[in-house]
Design a protein around this ligand. Structure first.
Ligand code: MG
Length: 417
């Protein structure tokens, strides 16, 4: 890689799927040689853009892009304070772009640089929701017919009404058991309301229904989304044990991690944690004490491929598998990074999948392809994905705060979303 130098760092904001995305493009002194990375923190796009343009770009211009480890470490400490989501996403955009560049220079896909394929396709899970047990079952059957063997099942999103129409707070949460959400006091504030206790009670009945109708030849996941009190999470994990979950996700918030040990002591329901972690060190006690089974990292929130690969290897030594976070607020570049990691990780568990629409495929040529429940990356050098900037400009970002994060419990108390 001699003589290759970073010449420019661009930030591209675009929303082809209706969700604000942040993509980093590192240009070099070699004509047509550039790398792409995902720096999407969709709720704070302008803060990440500013961090890259004002701090990382001046730090990077003139440097040799082959020195990924050195750049990652020196950039990470360059502001002295570190491990926050804004700077980590900014750094992730740079890190992924450097891996993309390294692959292009070596003329190898990134998964080859990470150790090569451990499998030929990446098993995916899709999201299933519904307003009652029967609707969830019907939607699950549709995806099973498409070939998916793993499903995340929710009822009313994360225990709410399944809609942002706040008038529905007192609606029935579980039709089969007539579990209803609590009433609110007068003059309550705007927000997305949910009832933690009614939700927790309804989920046991959802799983009883699904197992009786769908059987056990489908792997089921459920995301608590940190929406119940810690002791309620202990009770829920125990109650769900007979239904053989693939895993129960985020049973507690990051602020209540000490409760995970109690869940572990009381049930063999597998646990996945960590999409909200922004410091890889947060996983250390959970993995080394074998308190969790799956690493749920949002790769761009922890700083990119470099820390994610180390975290996966750390998990391998303790029998903990990966389940990289894969919601819609990741650019296809980040989706590709997830898949290059997943396909080359021996202790891979499962990959979350959000379908990419036609517009995303147009803006980002080379998007991964899905067939029969598996994703396939292409074999082009680097991450194998490009961006057409003129097309990206057709989808301007909004830069607004989403309403789903403004969660409240029935009496109007602000809650973790
Ligand atoms: Mg989650």
């Amino acid at each position: 890689m001699n003589n290759v130098r970073i010449e420019n760092v661009k930030v591209i904001l675009t929303a082809p799927g209706g969700i604000d995305l942040v993509v980093v493009k590192i240009e070099t002194n070699k004509q047509g040689l550039y790398g792409l990375g995902c720096a999407t923190f969709t709720q704070r796009i302008y803060a990440v853009k500013s961090a890259i343009e004002h701090y990382l770009k001046p730090f990077l211009v003139g440097k040799d892009p082959s020195r990924i480890e050195d750049i990652w470490h020196s950039a990470n400490v360059s502001g002295y304070w570190r491990n926050g989501p804004i700077m980590n996403n900014a750094l992730s955009g740079v890190d992924m772009a450097l891996w993309d560049l390294k692959g292009k220079i070596a003329e190898l896909p990134v998964y080859e640089l990470l150790g090569g394929k451990c499998r030929d396709g990446v098993a995916l899970y899709r999201h299933v929701d519904g307003s009652d047990e029967t609707q969830v079952e019907q939607n699950a059957r549709r995806l099973m017919d498409e070939g998916y063997q793993y499903l995340r099942v929710q009822m009313g999103m994360y225990g709410g009404s399944g809609t942002e129409d706040t008038r529905l707070i007192a609606s029935v949460i579980s039709r089969a058991t007539n579990i209803q959400a609590k009433r609110s006091p007068e003059n309550r504030q705007e927000g997305v309301y949910f009832d933690p206790e009614a939700y927790a009670k309804s989920i046991e009945h959802l799983f009883a229904h699904l197992r009786s109708k769908l059987g056990y030849n489908i792997e089921l996941i459920h995301d608590v989304h940190e929406r119940v009190a810690p002791i309620e999470a202990v009770r829920l994990a125990k109650k769900l044990e007979p239904y053989h979950l693939f895993y129960l996700e985020d049973p507690t918030s990051p602020e209540n991690l000490d409760w995970i040990e109690m869940i572990r002591q009381q049930t063999s329901t597998p646990i996945a944690m960590g999409e909200l972690f922004t410091n890889v060190n947060e996983w250390k006690p959970l993995i080394s004490n074998r308190h969790i089974d799956f690493i749920r990292a949002h790769v761009s929130a922890i700083g990119g491929i470099t820390p994610a690969k180390k975290l996966a290897i750390f998990g391998e030594f303790y029998g903990v598998r990966t389940a990289w976070h894969g919601p819609g607020d990741i650019s296809p570049v980040g989706v590709a990074a997830n898949l290059h990691l997943s396909i080359s990780t021996p202790n891979f568990g499962i990959q979350e999948w959000t379908p990419l629409n036609e517009q995303l495929h147009t803006v980002f040529p080379g998007c991964p392809i899905v067939r029969n429940g598996y994703a396939y990356v292409n074999d082009r050098p680097g991450l194998g994905i490009d961006i057409i900037e003129e097309e990206a400009a057709n989808y301007p970002v909004q830069g607004t705060i989403p309403t789903w994060t403004l969660a409240r419990t029935p009496d109007g108390t602000s809650a973790k979303p």
